[in-house]
Design a protein around this ligand. Structure first.
Ligand SMILES: C[S@@+](CC[C@H](N)C(=O)[O-])C[C@H]1O[C@@H](n2cnc3c(N)ncnc32)[C@H](O)[C@@H]1O
Length: 295
């Protein structure tokens, strides 16, 4: 168990939409409404705290069912998705994050929810680097879940101090996104699946092309933005990947310093509009993509 003795406070998605407003050591009681369950999460200022969209993804994980499965939580942050998979009866959860404090919090939050320590393997890794060639992980995972970082590089060196700093990942904010698409398959069993979030600000045509290249043909929209649709996964026919949920998310203040880089990347790479404006307010399109490893 974690040594903390704080009284939990109810997580309010409206109030806590901005990760920076949560102090270290706060214990959140996070309700997963659609599945009628809850979990405790301790926060740390240098670790990404749950956002409403992350929680929606968690609800999807619960409805997928993790019972007896080997699950990977790629870019685990607080361990939100790991704990949901653990509470859903996963046989093993492998949690990866670049930030050592995120790994510490994933372990603390696992314990805080009374999950068995031997069922979590949490380790610091730059993308898949630390587990490449691991005989018990490569080709053994049932499902990879990921709510990855999406912020692009700024000018100069990155100083990793705040939770937001840890989300800066290369031109277009694509390092983790591209590692998932190009290497995620290697860690899955045949028939295994990956469910991850990507956004319009990272270049949706680039993401679509990479998915077609590494996972085989997917469902794509006819218009300017190939990811701008959402379908029920069961209706995908012969396709190996598809967007199963699409939400316009308000671009939080955190992303404002990155606006010049986001716009320049889209222009240079010939990408669809990276952001949309409604009544003077900027939104990013977020896509939840499911992909299946076929033989
Ligand atoms: C948006 S947060 C998501 C956290 C958590 N999964 C959730 O849903 O709340 C993204 C996470 O990616 C991690 N990260 C950034 N670059 C990474 C890399 N190269 N390899 C692994 N993890 C990385 C960050 O430290 C951060 O914890």
């Amino acid at each position: 168990m974690s040594s903390t003795s704080q009284t939990p406070i109810t997580y309010d998605p409206e109030k806590y939409a901005d990760y920076q407003s949560i102090e270290s050591g706060t214990i959140l009681n996070v309700e997963l409404n659609h599945i009628n369950t809850s979990m405790l999460l301790e926060t740390h200022q240098a670790v990404w705290s749950p956002t409403p969209f992350g929680i929606q993804m968690g609800e999807l994980i619960s409805s997928d069912g993790c019972h007896e499965k080997i699950i990977m939580d790629f870019a685990s942050g607080s361990g939100l998705l790991s704990v949901i998979a653990g509470k859903g009866g996963a046989a093993k959860v492998i949690a990866i994050d670049l930030n050592p404090k995120a790994i510490m919090m994933t372990q603390r939050n696992w314990a805080l929810n009374n999950l068995k320590p031997e069922q979590l393997y949490a380790l610091e890794s730059d993308c898949f680097d630390a587990i490449k060639g691991h005989p018990e992980i490569e080709g053994k995972v049932d499902v990879i879940y990921s709510n990855p970082p999406t912020a692009p590089d700024l000018e100069g060196d990155v100083k990793r101090l705040s939770a937001g700093d840890w989300n800066i990942n290369g031109q277009g904010g694509r390092i983790v996104n591209d590692a998932l698409i190009t290497q995620g398959r290697d860690f899955l069993k045949f028939g295994g699946e990956m469910l991850f979030i990507t956004t319009s600000k990272q270049g949706s045509q680039l993401t679509c092309d990479l998915l077609n290249q590494y996972w085989g043909k997917g469902v794509q929209a006819d218009g300017d933005d190939p990811l701008d649709y959402a379908i029920d996964w069961e209706t995908r026919g012969e396709a190996n990947w598809a967007v199963i949920k699409r939400v316009d998310l308000l671009l939080s203040d955190y992303y404002l310093p990155f606006l010049p880089q986001i716009k320049q990347f889209a222009k240079e790479q010939g990408q669809p509009e990276p952001l949309i404006e409604k009544e003077g307010v900027l939104y990013q399109k977020t896509y939840l993509i499911r992909a299946k490893k076929m033989a």
